[in-house]
Design a binder for this molecule. Sequence first.
Ligand code: HDE
Length: 685
Amino acid sequence: MNENVDSSNKKRKQLEPFIHETEGKKMTSNEGIPISDDENSLTAGDRGPTLIEDFLAREKLAHFDRERIPERVVHARGYGAHGEFELYESLSDITMADFLQDPNKKTPLFVRFSQVVGSRGCNETNRDVRGFSLKFYTDEGNFDLVAINMPVFFIQDAIKFPDLIHSVKPEPDNEYPQGQTAHDTFWDFMGANKETAHMSLWIMTGRAIPKSFRTMEGFGVHTFRLVNKDGVAHFVKFHIKPMLGVHTLIWDEAQQLGADADYHRRDLWINIANGNYPEYELAIQIIKEEDEFAFDFDILDPTKLWPEEDVPLRKIGKITINRNVDNAFAETEQSAFHPGNIVRGIDFSNDPLLQGRLFSYTDTQQARLGPNHQQLPINRPVCPFANNQRDGASRLIIDRGKVSYHRNGLANNTPYPVPGTQGGFVTYPSTVEGRKVRQTAPSFKDHYSQARMFWNSMSDVEKQQIIGAFCFELGKCRPFVRQGMVNVLAHISHDLARNVSKELGTTVPDVPESTVTKSSPALSLMNTTFVPDTLRVGVFLAEGFDGPSVKKLLDTLVKAKLQMVIVHDRLGTVTGTEGVQYEVDDSFLTGSSLTYDGVLIVGSGNITPYFTYEVQKYTVNIYNHFKPIATMQNGEAVLEPLNLVYDNRIGIMNDSSPDFAKSFIDIMAQQRFWDRPSYLYPSSI
Ligand code: HDE
């Protein structure tokens, strides 16, 4: 058992008996027969045909033939880990949910991060919405918060979900592009479905190319209800805020990282393994039932967010992800999430998208994992469960006894229902009335006001990113699809439509743009948290560097929680003066500028031409990605041909800066310097 994990963790204890070790064991068949030869099939003669009686070869091949299960129809590529939730203070004023009562109670949880569009093997830096699913194993049953990293969604009614997904998946005739939105069918759908306007802006921001799962926000999107023990309900939205702030890749990095399909999962695995546990705060926004109609949008409409300035966040607890899975298939792939998995004290709203999801998720788990998927170790609740459901494919538990029906005399009518007053789940008795209709509520029809508020809230850098992303994405589409989407953008902002049109050859239609002037500063990533913690510094060390000063600096940086990655001409060790030596983490061949958040270049009197050439090449990329650059000793000479301007305000410094270590930590924490005067081109080397 991982010694970092609290042994009182109920989920960990529950999983332990299922863990199966093979190391040091003798080899047997699944029936337990010891195997004497696992490399040769049984044949008639040494050059003859294989015999069907070879039960060992048959078993091995037949099992292999069935190793795959259907991948999820959306969110197929995902990555999971274990963690726990700690409540800050009791929420008994607004909910009776057991795990939200006692701040001393730790609730185990499982998280699965995912991307929507691509199949299981797709590239992790593609532009896409990311899933952020949480399963809280509470003492009163499982609560799943099946969230994404954006607060709004494309559509308002679940019945349109298959159309949305068909449009975004690889096109059906040629089956490409894989895991991407930059193609005709997707933007054809978006242009024709005006309710997607707000979401179209979100997916063109850096949030659709996150830097890591550790720096990603999560949003429950829908309006839920919290209900307290007096039966009083409040509308709520759930938020998950990363302690490291929200940070994203820029498009050029995402493109270059395409060569590394596993970029996000590797980052998560390594950081958890190294004890850099990702932490997030769980927060809620609360609206009183009587204020349901107090806003200029419908609070049931999933294409709308509740501006944080109007409905403040209440931070309710901390999520810590602290253990990698033992087996990705058994845990991550077999995990089954469902927004309908709620516990006493939490309830649904009439959001039509949520209502449709309540059907789809159990249905998809039946198709993917079968009727007994809740019994799989990763999905089991940590509290006792008992009912009269029986049998079905791959039932894992052995139901003892004669009785499997309610109202029985043979077992004293057990299992017995629990009244609401004693902990049984009781649905919140909200009032419902109206005629049966198929129509969009009139209050759901304003598609542009919040999109405009979002646009108003963006910094110039973010606006440029959105424009650039639209130009790329729509540039991959045929002209009428491009024009269709530009027609939507014009309703949001003529400026946006004009800038995109310059690149695309489209025209800005003569339609009124939204007149909304409101903005929400909380939406701009320029206002997120900036800390140095866990950022990776590529430390380029030339043989013969000044040992004592480098050691002193690196020790200080590590204390500030930066991670040092020693880079050198080749793997092995690199030695400085006075016997200071470092193990090399990356050679120029195995390293990548894309995996460093900033660089420190340390020269010496013994710089090889190879070192000079590679450091310059790496630095051009670092510079163009707006990341910090520092030089030490004669490291500056190595970069001379790049003609860099040394100025802390644009994140470029040398060791003549006063208080070098502190200034370097500061520029690392800032992460990107958008005001650099121009791009560097490799030809300038
Ligand atoms: Fe999902 N979604 N979804 N979705 N979704 C699935 O369930 C669906 C929606 C989300 O890590 C599927 O187990 C419908 C919104 C996440 O295993 C499926 C609608 C949000 C995950 C499904 C939506 C999400 C899924 C596929 C329209 C954000 C990954 C496999 C009403 C709040 C779960 C599965 C995991 C997965 C249906 C819309 C988030 C088919 C019908 C809105 C994070 O059931």
